[in-house]
Design a binder for this molecule. Structure first.
Ligand SMILES: [Fe+2]
Ligand SMILES: [Fe+2]
Length: 255
């Protein structure tokens, strides 16, 4: 019997400050995150899970992680996390994942929902803003994908692996992405790769692979080389619908 259709929500780049009143480029990140949680909680039926794909906080302070955690704890569904360049692994592990003691190790893992294999990577490369997946994690990814060969799979990470045509952001993408793309190409059961970091929606196709970025829950960046650096578009998140082995997705803006 086929697994029943289901959906999940991807949100990204909450960029929370320790001060809940603090605004940045015309948005209040804490208020936006609360609005996102409220909207997700109003969905009927509820998603199977929610994933935040990095840049939980905008500053390295305990108050920022605690505020992020407090808001995200309002969700009624299980929540998963990927590490972004603004997040310190050990702080995310300590304040969001409640690990004691909190290590600084890469946070890459996988889980299964409704017959789908979900793989979450850690592309953070401190102190760089750009991303990197080191050889050990690449090996783990290859083994993890091959172990569950032919199972429809979705991969999550923070950084965009392919250039999107915005020069200043493309400088900050996943560095040395070729071996990563090659691992994905050897796994034709991988349907989509979802990420944040660029704070706008985009889609690319490469062979069997679909790559998509999601708007930020906080402020938005311009999506072409000819736009202003910041965009006035509202915050957004992504809904991903999975049925059998097919996937469709849409962005919802929190106007
Ligand atoms: Fe970000
Ligand atoms: Fe980022």
């Amino acid at each position: 019997m086929k697994d029943a259709p289901f959906y999940f929500v991807q949100m990204s780049d909450a960029h929370i400050f320790g001060d809940p009143a603090r605004e940045f480029h015309g948005t209040n990140p804490a208020r936006n995150l609360r609005a996102a949680v409220h909207w997700i909680n109003s969905l009927d039926p509820q998603p199977e899970f929610c994933i935040h794909t990095g840049d939980a906080v905008a500053e390295e302070s305990e108050a920022a992680y605690r505020l992020f955690n407090e808001e995200i704890a309002g969700l009624k569904v299980p929540v998963y996390f990927a590490v972004g360049n603004h997040d310190h692994r050990s702080s995310l592990r300590r304040f969001v994942l409640n690990e004691t003691p909190a290590s600084d190790a890469s946070y890459a893992y996988d889980f299964e929902v409704g017959g789908w294999h979900m793989v979450v990577l850690d592309s953070s490369d401190p102190p760089q803003v750009s991303g990197r997946i080191d050889a050990a994690q690449l090996l783990w990814l290859e083994r993890t994908l091959q172990r569950q060969a032919h199972q429809p799979t979705v991969v999550f990470l923070h950084h965009h692996p392919l250039p999107l045509g915005v020069p200043w952001l493309d400088e900050l993408r996943l560095k040395d992405a070729t071996p990563f793309i090659e691992v994905l190409r050897r796994a034709p059961w991988v349907r989509s790769v979802f990420y944040g970091h660029v704070h706008f929606e985009s889609h690319l196709t490469l062979g069997h692979l679909h790559f998509a970025s999601v708007p930020a829950v906080s402020f938005q960046f311009g999506e072409t080389a000819w736009c202003d650096k910041f965009s006035s578009l509202p915050p957004g998140l992504r809904l991903v619908y999975l049925e059998g082995e097919s996937l469709r997705t849409v962005v919802h803006r929190l106007a």
